[in-house]
Design a protein around this ligand. Structure first.
Ligand code: KG4
Length: 338
């Protein structure tokens, strides 16, 4: 079964064709990173306009790379939540138009479910149940993935997401957008023990995260060094900061493994590309004697192959929409409505 996936929740216009939820036949992406870099972050209005300009070309490329026509496609899957509302609407309306014209079924896909599904493409043998640490620009959570379409959030951030926190600190260090990626690159040669940051803790919720205190502490340290005309080693500062964020993510993940007893750990989302987090997750899985699944680096960030992969399982579950489908800026992974 060929599913055409559409992703436009942030700054990538992406369309992909995936066979049976596991095999990529095409994966066309047009990124807006260069355009947003001059503003230091994504400008929602510009993102929506650029998706509108790019989407037809990306669609043609996705079908031609897959050597297929729309008549060969079984169903159209589209990210409908969460994300930038104007950006999401471009993908959702394109998908609705396509389904109306072609008579194909329409599958609404939750963006974070899609990030998790990136792992089904990387690991053909991976099946739920498993524990998933979802770490992206806007979300950080621990999810008990009970089946392909059943999710339970068992821990979540009370304030900032890990990606957002890394991006803000990278910006305060004058690194260009996207901050997390550049912080990771710069920090490779730094000393992770050079700076100490406060350990985030959420009272009475051992699996919840908090990153805003860590972020504020880091930004304050940078500002105070600037005021005193002191020079900090960016490599050491970045390495220490990433080390603290990763430690916090891994500590709660360890507790979640103990509490749930799940024997498979999966990472998902843009921050799962972080080299330090990947190493710490490997060490944790080894120590606990469980199997670790890290998404291929090419599938960590936003892409449409993951949307098509999750779309396949939603389709199998009968989760289809009619033409009244709307887009939503926020929505929990376990409380889908459309
Ligand atoms: O999942 P994603 O592509 O978009 C959302 O759905 O939010 O995640 C984007 C986030 C950004 O905060 C970006 O800085 C971060 O992922 N990111 C990284 C790395 N690559 C991307 N953060 C740390 N290290 C990386 N290598």
């Amino acid at each position: 079964m060929y599913i055409l996936g559409i992703e436009s929740s942030c700054d990538e216009t992406a369309i992909s064709v995936v066979e049976d939820g596991r095999k990529i036949l095409s994966n066309a992406v047009e990124t807006q990173i260069e355009r947003h870099r001059e503003f230091g972050g994504v400008v929602p209005e510009i993102a929506s306009r650029m998706h509108t300009e790019a989407i037809c070309g990306v669609y043609n490329k996705a079908l031609s790379d897959a050597h297929l026509n729309i008549s060969d496609i079984s169903a159209v899957a589209v990210t409908f939540a969460p994300g930038l509302i104007g950006a999401l609407l471009v993908g959702v309306n394109f998908a609705k138009g396509l389904c109306l014209a072609s008579g194909k079924p329409l599958i609404p896909v939750h963006h974070l479910r899609a990030h998790i599904a990136a792992n089904y493409i990387t690991y053909k043998e991976l099946e739920p149940p498993f524990l998933c640490l979802v770490v992206s620009g806007g979300n950080t959570m621990l999810v008990n993935v009970k089946s392909y379409t059943e999710f339970e959030i068992i821990g979540r951030t009370r304030d900032d997401a890990a990606g957002e926190c890394m991006d803000k600190v990278a910006r305060a260090m004058s690194l260009s957008y996207p901050g997390g990626v550049n912080l990771d690159r710069l920090s490779k040669n730094g000393n992770p023990e050079a700076f100490r940051f406060p350990k985030p803790k959420v009272d009475n919720s051992p699996l919840d995260f908090s990153f805003s205190g860590l972020k504020t502490n880091a930004v304050n340290l940078l500002n105070s060094a600037k005021q005193k005309c002191e020079t900090l080693s960016k490599e050491d500062f970045g390495a220490s900061f990433i080390n603290s964020v990763s430690d916090s993510l891994i500590e709660n993940t360890e507790k979640a493994i103990d509490i749930t007893g799940l024997d498979k750990l999966v990472l998902a989302g843009g921050v799962s590309a972080n080299s330090v987090l990947r190493k710490k997750a490997e060490a944790l899985a080894k120590c606990k004697g469980i199997k670790l699944y890290l998404p291929d680096l090419s599938l960590c960030g936003d892409n449409a192959a993951m949307v098509a992969a999750q779309g396949f399982y939603e389709y199998m579950n009968g989760a289809l929409s009619d033409m009244s489908l709307n887009a939503y800026p926020t929505m929990d992974i376990d409380k889908i409505r459309y």
